[in-house]
Design a protein around this ligand. Structure first.
Ligand SMILES: *Cc1c(COP(=O)(O)O)cnc(C)c1O
Length: 364
């Protein structure tokens, strides 16, 4: 194949805006006349300190983070948060509610069970994770230390279209695969977390936005690296942070802002996802999205073909046509097009065009 960039539908790590990669490449060996690249800098140096502070300030601005929240740049991905959250927040009644709408929220629940009493407020497992529950279906406990849910289910392609109401119980949300894709009222949450590699930058960085009053004494035995209070007191630099990923996040935030901020990202996400959903509807049942219409994701569009042989053929031929990673997750099967912020509209036009031709060439 010729050496050019292709349309990359990977669920994560996923594509980054070309402008971001080009800036990073240009600055790779000599950042801003410092005589060295960002990867080579001391995290305590003046020049890096400025990158770090500017990235945090940009994140606060773009994501509209209120002043009474801390923004932490941590390692271990979103999965580390599955443990870090209960270690730090399961400290009053040692009870929490988990809403299980997919694979990652299930893993989060499983990990939390090591640290306290976990109530499953809803599980979509028996239905095959095809929808998001309505508020009335949630069996919430008034004495829970927090309620945990996952906003966008990366594997099953579903998304919450509302923020659950939990009264005085803090709401904790995994936004790994939808952060920065739409405006969010952060004040409704106790804690929001996300791994960077879907919508924010390279892997190896997790962003945690935590309301200050929730930063307290963790459970006994919590490693110092996993104490929110230590990380908050040390501006995420108790040890060496992922300096490179934080720098690239800063470039991504510049790009998001230049393209209309989270509202602009949402407009594009609606446009891209609707193009695929609309064509699926028009395909006379050739392509099928299994999910409840109100629960459809704008970031991960999943669909099935008439049979598994055609799905395998679709994956193979789409790769040959210059599109990668369209194979669905091994636990869900089918096809998944992950269309995060950096996916150009032309990429989705190209995909829909391919879907039309594939249907014509492979009648059933
Ligand atoms: C990718 C993903 C994770 C896991 O992220 P890691 O950074 O690999 O730990 C967790 N939750 C959601 C919603 C994801 O999409």
């Amino acid at each position: 194949m010729e050496n050019k960039r292709i349309f990359n539908f990977s669920a994560g790590p996923s594509e980054l805006p070309l402008e971001v990669l080009e800036t990073a490449a240009k600055e790779m060996t000599n950042y801003n006349a410092s005589g060295m690249g960002v990867m080579e800098m001391s995290h305590r140096s003046k020049v890096y300190d400025q990158i770090f502070k500017e990235t945090e300030a940009k994140f606060r601005k773009v994501f509209a983070v209120p002043d009474n929240y801390k923004v932490l740049f941590l390692q271990g991905g979103a999965t580390m948060q599955f443990a870090q959250i209960p270690m730090n927040l399961l400290t009053k009644n040692k009870k929490a509610d988990y809403i299980v709408t997919g694979s990652f929220s299930g893993k989060a629940k499983q990990e939390a069970e090591k640290y306290g009493e976990i109530n499953v407020a809803f599980s979509g497992k028996a239905e095959g994770f095809i929808r998001i529950p309505r508020q009335e279906e949630l069996k919430l406990s008034p004495d829970a230390d927090y309620v945990h849910y996952c906003d966008n289910n990366t594997i099953y392609g579903t998304k919450w279209d509302y923020i659950p109401e939990t009264g005085n119980v803090p709401l904790v949300c995994d936004m790994s695969s939808c952060i920065l894709s739409e405006p969010v009222d952060v004040s409704k949450f106790g804690l929001i977390y996300a791994g960077a590699q879907k919508n924010m930058g390279p892997a190896g960085l997790a962003v945690v936005i935590i309301r200050e009053d929730l930063i307290g004494e963790p459970q006994p035995g919590t490693p110092v690296m996993l104490e929110y209070k230590t990380m908050a007191e040390n501006d995420s630099m108790y040890n060496t942070p992922n300096t490179w990923a934080i720098y690239v996040l800063g470039l991504v935030l510049d790009w998001v802002e230049a393209n209309g901020g989270t509202a602009g990202m949402n407009e594009l996400a609606v446009k891209r996802s609707q193009m695929i959903y609309d064509y699926i509807e028009q395909s006379e049942g050739y392509y099928k999205n299994p999910n409840d219409e109100a629960s459809r994701s704008k970031m991960n569009v999943v669909f099935r073909l008439p049979n598994e042989e055609l799905e395998a053929k679709f994956v193979k031929e789409s790769a040959a046509a210059g599109m990668s990673n369209l194979k669905g997750h091994r636990s869900a099967g089918g096809i998944r097009a992950s269309i995060y912020n950096a996916m150009p509209v032309e990429g989705v036009e190209y995909l829909v065009d391919f879907m039309k031709k594939f249907k014509e060439n492979n009648p059933v």
